[in-house]
Design a protein around this ligand. Sequence first.
Ligand code: G1P
Ligand code: ZN
Length: 544
Amino acid sequence: MTIQTIKTAPFSDQKPGTSGLRKRVGVYQQPNYVENYIQAIFDSLEGFEGKTLVIGGDGRFYNDVAIQTAIKIASANGFGKVLVGQNGLLSTPAASHIIRHYKAFGGLVLSASHNPGGPDGDFGIKYNVSNGGPAPEKITDAVFARSKVIDSYKIVDAADVALDRIGLQRSGNMVVEVVDPVADYAALMQTLFDFPAIEAMFASGFRMTFDAMHAVTGPYAHAIFEGMLGAPKGTVLNGTPSPDFGQGHPDPNLVYCKEMYDLLMSANGPDFGAASDGDGDRNLIIGKNRFVTPSDSLALLAANAHLAPGYKQGIAGIARSMPTSAAADRVAEKLGIEMHETPTGWKFFGNLLDAGRVTICGEESAGTGSNHVREKDGLWAVLLWLNILAVRKQSVDEIVREHWATYGRNYYTRHDYEEVDAEVAGKLVDDLRAKLPSLPGKVFEDDLQIAYADDFTYHDPVDGSTSAKQGIRIGFTDGSRIVLRLSGTGTVGATLRLYLERYEAPDGRHDLETQAALEPLIALADELAGITQRTGRQAPSVIT
Ligand code: G1P
Ligand code: ZN
């Protein structure tokens, strides 16, 4: 075995986005692209000599190639051990747990989340730190800076690791342990939730359908729902991970899970439907005749978390990303606990969780999680819902309606305009930003009066860091909001995200159709930002 130092030339586009470096597979397949990026990560870290690195991914195309490369570069750079999931699989929350559980130095999570996979799809690499969460901006900035000047990488000249073989192997001087991707994670879930109560609910005829979308949660869902909790075989659909996700789009929303939605809305549908995305950190929750928006789900889970054993002492606080609806704020207010509004992206929750200031976090983009790991966690959300249903013995619909009757309803929608010309989108945001100071006080149709208009700046209360330009917020005197920002995960052109929210008091109307309820705000957002006129789009690409 020899350690080779290979000369390379930098790439100019290795800037990590909201969640790691995501690119088309073809970009990653360029010679040295993976090598450069991984070496740039290691060059930006200190003190990992002899320590453990966790590696795992969602099983998408190119995972196997990138994992072998990552192992050899980790070995050459002096890591003592790599823990890797069998067949290269680890869901993102499971990777986070394994980093924490085995006190690893950090981890590489290979995924492009909910983006399509396969040779023409997307690939991604994300570095997570020792708390199990995504690296903070000071590290991702350093990685990008390093990637722009890198001129060599180190790699061992060793054979590939047999990723299908559980147990110990070697890559050069470094130990590689291939681990069961499910066991530790499933054991953690058992400590948080009342498995016997959920098992009893299944035994009494409760019916659920879970769509693993041909992605990483398949093995976890089979083991936990059908294995440990006794749900009938067939409860888990599309449970075998495939490199191109069965040619599907592993994003658990009402567009890509339309069939499940229709089933849950039908007379003979099951009691509960759920799905998770490519890497297992997102969730979709649909009760019989009731879709639960992710923003509402966050509020509901926070309000009912004490019903699960892992949270029976109550929760310390809640955090939500800025575009997420304020439904959870009302729960925090009632519980008398801290509430935090952070920029988009899970990495901003890490400090608050580490400091014990919040227990539950969530994003409108189908992400919810807690202090059990430092990533959002799709199956965790499903299990907490099941635990709540098992204790309350009510339907999802009844629980949601009661919640609105107590706290009021935040009507909420997100409109995405995908693959917009990047220059057009950038100018649209810049022009709207320039207008912001003139907006407060203005009154529009339907008595919509602007209370504030700003570009969100986050001051982290734990480490004192500041993150500016995190999205435009236009707030109204009645609690309504328009939020507009550019996606940081897209791989082609720009994705413009428009978020709309309107609050209806506990005794108000809770049965309106969402798009209709938000129509005045949708029209006003277009008037203020000129989306239709500038992009030429008559309608959003995706409405969630
Ligand atoms: C999107 C979501 C964001 C989430 C991220 C990673 O980021 O909006 O909430 O944390 O994916 O799953 P965006 O593309 O908006 O930057
Ligand atoms: Zn994901």
